[in-house]
Design a protein around this ligand. Structure first.
Ligand SMILES: C[S@@+](CC[C@H](N)C(=O)[O-])C[C@H]1O[C@@H](n2cnc3c(N)ncnc32)[C@H](O)[C@@H]1O
Length: 254
């Protein structure tokens, strides 16, 4: 079953990288002092539990994968998900229930912003639909969460070209740049992944703890590193914007 808006050309890329990365993160957090536990995983855009997509991916959605890993690593945890589609929310509840009991399902992404806690570790994973309204929601979620829980890391999956497309459409009021997330959200350190496909799908992660994130073998670089800077420049600006910034020239037709 391919659910509308869930499967895309790069779903396999997304799910496989997410799975590797979250396992890496869980391992790092598992090794820190026990007073920081249990691990908190927040997923404001939950999805339907299990997906089977044309690009070959057939498996659990992100939060269910996390539930499986929590059992595998024998971790103390809490999972908080939101899913606004009722049918998907029911499926998600059933799928999560097969692996774990410490989970809560909300009906709207904004309800997942955590209460203030200086000590809790974990991850908020944002995998929104590629719409203008979702991007504004994502910004709000990231800004608020970074203030409420400074030790909770953030991982965003986004098609950078969608941001540029909305920005370039004169009928749409939209002035966001990918880099705005790193500027507006209160995290000291950011990593960005080499993009895939024409819509420039990428992962962007923010943390206040430098120890875990950079991961060169997976093409996941600090935005302070020359490789990360290059990726961010390419994904932040459209081709005409890049031409203007580097040469001062304006491309015909723009
Ligand atoms: C791209 S899918 C998430 C897929 C999931 N992370 C996975 O691993 O397959 C986005 C989901 O967010 C849900 N959604 C969209 N806006 C939402 C909102 N405001 N609150 C909660 N869920 C929302 C959609 O119904 C959809 O199921």
């Amino acid at each position: 079953m391919c659910v509308d808006g869930i499967c895309g050309k790069h779903t396999s890329f997304k799910q496989l990288f997410f799975s590797k990365f979250i396992e890496h993160h869980i391992n790092v957090i598992n090794n820190v002092e026990s007073r920081f536990k249990p691990y908190l995983y927040i997923d404001p855009f939950g999805g339907p539990g299990h997906i089977s997509c044309k690009d070959g991916y057939d498996g659990p959605v992100s939060s269910v994968r996390v539930g499986q890993l929590m059992i595998q690593y024998n971790m103390n945890y809490n999972i908080v998900v939101a899913e606004k589609n009722l049918t998907s929310a029911e499926k998600l509840k059933d799928a999560l229930g097969q692996y774990c009991s410490n989970f809560t399902i909300k009906s709207d992404a904004m309800e997942t912003i955590p209460s203030h806690d200086n000590y809790r570790f974990g991850m908020m994973y944002l995998d929104p639909p590629m719409t203008k309204d979702s991007f504004s929601l994502v910004e709000e979620l990231m800004v608020q969460t970074s203030l409420m829980m400074p030790r909770l890391d953030l991982l965003l999956y986004i098609g950078a070209n969608w941001i540029k497309r909305f920005r370039g459409n004169s009928n749409v009021e939209f002035s966001t740049f990918l880099e705005d997330f790193t500027n507006k959200v209160n995290k000291e350190f950011w990593v960005i992944k080499q993009q895939v496909g024409g819509n420039q799908y990428t992962f962007l992660a923010g943390t206040n703890y430098k120890g875990w994130a950079e991961w060169g073998k997976e093409y996941f670089y600090s935005t302070d590193d020359i490789r990360g800077k290059k990726i961010m420049f390419r994904l932040n600006y459209s081709e005409p914007e890049r031409l203007f910034i580097t040469t001062g020239m304006v491309q015909k037709g723009f």
